[in-house]
Ligand binder design. Structure first.
Ligand SMILES: O=C(O)CCC(=O)C(=O)O
Ligand SMILES: [Fe+2]
Length: 303
């Protein structure tokens, strides 16, 4: 067991919980290797020699922080393609949300490099682009948003800064979702904590937590992470990626390595579901020849 009831209680009360070394080296190292390939050409100075500080357009700079992002499925090995569906992560998402059936609604990589962009952010909540509404009061209808770190993170490596739910109340006198004033930002900074963790660690939070990104200052520093979001099955008010829209991407890697339980997190009906018929089995097999459909075939009703 990689987590305890104490972690679940802390997440529900504070909005955040850090699980140091959730993944062992043998689990995250192959993912790191995939990052090395994905980001081989990233983080190098621009050929023009234009250093960040010489660029005057602050807004453009701000957008540069989102430059190095890749979305599932990844051009890499099964390691990077399956890590956001790791059974232990699914189990943790179920425990935190308090539901038995969950969906992966977000999975992307992110690489940050010292000096490449202005990564400093104001305190904010993430719900603005995960729902058209506002976060629910019910844990079950909320989200679990993990950040998995593939490299060691210190303050000099852009550690995420956060303020726990009780501390937000103490700083602002109210829960915060938006309308952060300058004065509010300053009050929150007084109480901020930093996610300084070794590689393999995860931070679990949600779309209603107060946090901010920060700049990397370590010479030649880099921070490799993955953003992994889960919601309860049926939470139609939550979304981010549309998996179906990325046709032509290497989905076969996922189909060839994921279990039915992992695929269910992407919306693939489980064995025994009425979706599965002789026809759908045959056509799915033709579409993804390397997919082991045996569990689905075995669960077909027999007449
Ligand atoms: O990467 C981080 O540490 C935080 C970034 C963040 O909060 C965001 O972009 O919404
Ligand atoms: Fe954020």
């Amino acid at each position: 067991m990689r987590f305890s009831d104490r972690h679940v209680a802390q997440w529900r009360e504070e909005g955040f919980v850090i699980l140091e070394r959730f993944f062992e080296k043998s689990e995250y190292e192959p993912v790191l290797q995939d990052f090395e390939v994905l980001y081989e050409a990233a983080g190098k100075p621009e050929p023009s020699g234009a250093a960040l500080k010489e660029v005057n357009d602050v807004r453009a700079n701000r957008m540069l922080q989102f430059k190095n992002i890749h979305v599932l499925p990844y051009e890499g090995s099964s390691a990077i393609n399956l890590i956001s569906l790791h059974p232990a992560l699914i189990e943790l998402a179920r425990a935190l949300l308090g539901v038995s059936d969950v969906r992966l609604y977000q999975s992307h990589t992110w690489a940050k490099f010292t000096g490449e962009a202005d990564y400093d952010q104001d305190f904010h909540c993430d719900y603005g682009n995960h729902t058209l509404l506002v976060p629910s009061d019910e844990p079950e209808l909320r989200t679990v948003d993990f950040i998995l770190y593939l490299t060691d993170v210190s303050k000099a490596h852009g550690a995420l800064r956060y303020v726990t739910r009780p501390d937000v109340l103490a700083a602002l006198g109210r829960p915060a979702l938006s309308d952060f004033t300058e004065q509010g930002q300053a009050a929150l900074r007084q109480r901020e904590r930093a996610v300084e963790v070794p590689a393999g660690s995860i931070l679990a939070h949600g779309i209603d937590t107060v946090h901010r990104g920060s700049n990397l200052t370590a010479p030649n520093g880099r921070r490799f992470s993955m953003t992994i979001g889960y919601k309860a099955a049926g939470s139609d008010h939550i979304g981010f990626h549309t998996w179906q829209a990325t046709r032509g991407r290497p989905w076969h890697i996922v189909f060839e390595h994921a279990s039915p339980e992992q695929l269910a997190c992407l919306g693939v009906p489980r064995p025994g579901d009425r979706y599965w018929t002789a026809r759908t089995l045959e056509l799915c097999q033709a579409r993804w020849p390397g997919w082991n459909l045996e569990p689905y075939r075995a669960a077909l009703p027999r007449f």
